[in-house]
Design a protein around this ligand. Structure first.
Ligand SMILES: CC(C)(COP(=O)(O)OP(=O)(O)OC[C@H]1O[C@@H](n2cnc3c(N)ncnc32)[C@H](O)[C@@H]1OP(=O)(O)O)[C@@H](O)C(=O)NCCC(=O)NCCS
Length: 408
């Protein structure tokens, strides 16, 4: 059933409805056309394992699917370790014949009204283009920093220990041990997404179409970490496809092992963080190059008090946030009193200095990766008193750079 209020006006031939299991091939075809992908029956079988029709909406014109949005359920870690339930928006596309008619806006309005009705505090997505989602209240929450290391030139600082404890593992052992390690890593990492059993099964099945011309997955495990990688023989590159470490020993031990791979010239990791410890472990930090850095996961707050009271803050903060949300009208004034040991947040007109903030900027601040001062300089946060802005900036920043770890 769709939600009570009518979505924004669309041409009369276009209708929205919730999808059914039978829609999957047509949804995949729509997605394939939008992104230039060719889904085979094998792909569809894999997708079906994760596809929840109740979480997808379609727009139809004359019985043909012309727009799609869907979502996957996660828990996402906040600074301080609390987990928030979140929907990760995905499978978004509109047919090229029907663009700029308002179909995306209508689909997202309906979908997000559903999230609010379900009491969700936050929604997430990764964006094909950066200009689309700010208007819907999404801000950049994590970044992808691509890292490239010339293996033969990268040496560790002489005082860095060599903790050892790394073993080679097959997919079966990974399936038994990696989910628990990943949970421990996620508990320490703001922005980290939980993974379902199905996700692990599919990832470790390592189907050929995920290999992009490189080898099958190899795995290395440590009591507190693991790394999965492929070898691209054409470029003599080790491509790290997944890594999680729940202790510094595991982090050092696994990086040491990967950087000791004979016959590999370059180690490539798609998703390092801005302040990646590896660069400080190397004798020459410049050996960790950054070919690209771009937005990773975007976050949108749906319930300001629930999201802000669940996280911890680096320093004490007492402020009234005046949140502007033209898309869903989930803004208003909320007093946030928080610190390292806990926080409370509730609707309140006054009682503390007022800071104006766009909903998208709040999504950027939620996981501690953004700098409130920079957002203020960009006009997305307003505070009359610079000292208040400094306090907000310090309080919201986390000890660790957020990383979501799982694409969706
Ligand atoms: C992106 C896409 C879904 C937009 O669908 P659409 O139905 O044309 O979008 P709408 O007409 O509802 O536009 C909604 C708003 O977003 C804006 N917008 C839409 N696509 C945009 C784009 N690519 N870049 C910047 N703004 C965009 C519109 O101008 C409109 O703004 P407004 O409502 O504030 O005036 C569609 O172009 C598409 O399928 N692209 C290819 C696949 C893709 O990139 N999907 C997104 C995956 S994350």
């Amino acid at each position: 059933m769709l939600h009570a209020d009518a979505p924004p006006a669309l041409p009369p031939s276009i209708t929205l409805r919730r999808s059914t299991a039978a829609d999957l091939p047509a949804i995949a075809e729509a997605d394939g056309r939008a992104f230039g992908l060719d889904y085979t029956d094998e792909h569809l079988e894999e997708i079906r394992a994760l596809f929840d029709p109740g979480r997808h909406l379609v727009a139809e014109d004359g019985g043909e699917i012309v727009g799609v949005t869907g979502s996957f359920s996660f828990d996402v870690t906040l600074p301080g370790g609390a987990l928030l339930p979140a929907e990760g928006v995905s499978w978004v596309s509109v047919a090229v014949t029907h663009r700029r008619l308002g179909i995306l806006r209508a689909l997202l309005t309906e979908q997000h009204r559903g999230f609010v009705a379900d009491g969700l505090p936050v929604s997430l997505l990764t964006a094909s283009e950066g200009a689309i989602y700010g208007r819907f209240g999404y801000g950049i929450a994590t970044e992808h920093r691509e890292g490239e290391i010339s293996r033969r030139r990268a040496a560790f600082r002489p005082d860095v220990p060599d903790p050892g404890g790394v073993r080679q593992a097959g997919a079966d052992e990974m399936r038994r041990t990696a989910p628990e390690i990943h949970r421990r890593w996620a508990a320490q990492t703001p922005g980290a997404l939980s993974r379902s059993d199905t996700w692990w099964d599919l990832h470790l099945a390592d189907r050929r179409w995920h290999r992009d011309g490189a080898s099958a997955l190899f795995h290395l495990v440590h009591a507190d970490g693991y790394v999965s990688y492929r070898i691209d023989h054409a470029t003599q590159t080790c491509r790290i496809s997944d890594m999680a470490t729940a202790s510094d020993e595991a982090y050092i031990a696994l990086w040491r092992t990967v950087l000791a791979l004979d016959l590999v010239e370059t180690v490539f990791a798609r998703s390092l963080t801005a302040f990646e410890p590896l660069q400080y472990l190397l004798a020459d930090p410049r050996q960790l190059r950054t070919p690209k850095q771009y937005d990773g996961m975007w976050a949108r707050v749906l319930d300001v008090p629930a999201a802000l009271s669940a996280r911890r803050y680096s320093t004490e903060v007492d402020v009234v946030l005046d949140v502007r949300d033209p898309f869903l009208d989930r803004g208003g004034r909320f007093r946030l009193r928080g610190g390292p040991d806990g926080a409370e947040c509730a609707a309140a007109e006054a009682g503390a200095p007022v800071v104006g903030i766009e909903m998208a900027a709040l999504g950027s601040l939620l996981f501690g990766g953004a700098h409130a001062g920079s957002l203020a300089r960009a006009g997305l946060i307003h505070a009359d008193d610079p000292a208040v802005l400094r306090r907000v900036s310090t309080a919201f920043q986390g000890e660790r750079t957020p990383r979501h770890g799982t694409d969706f």
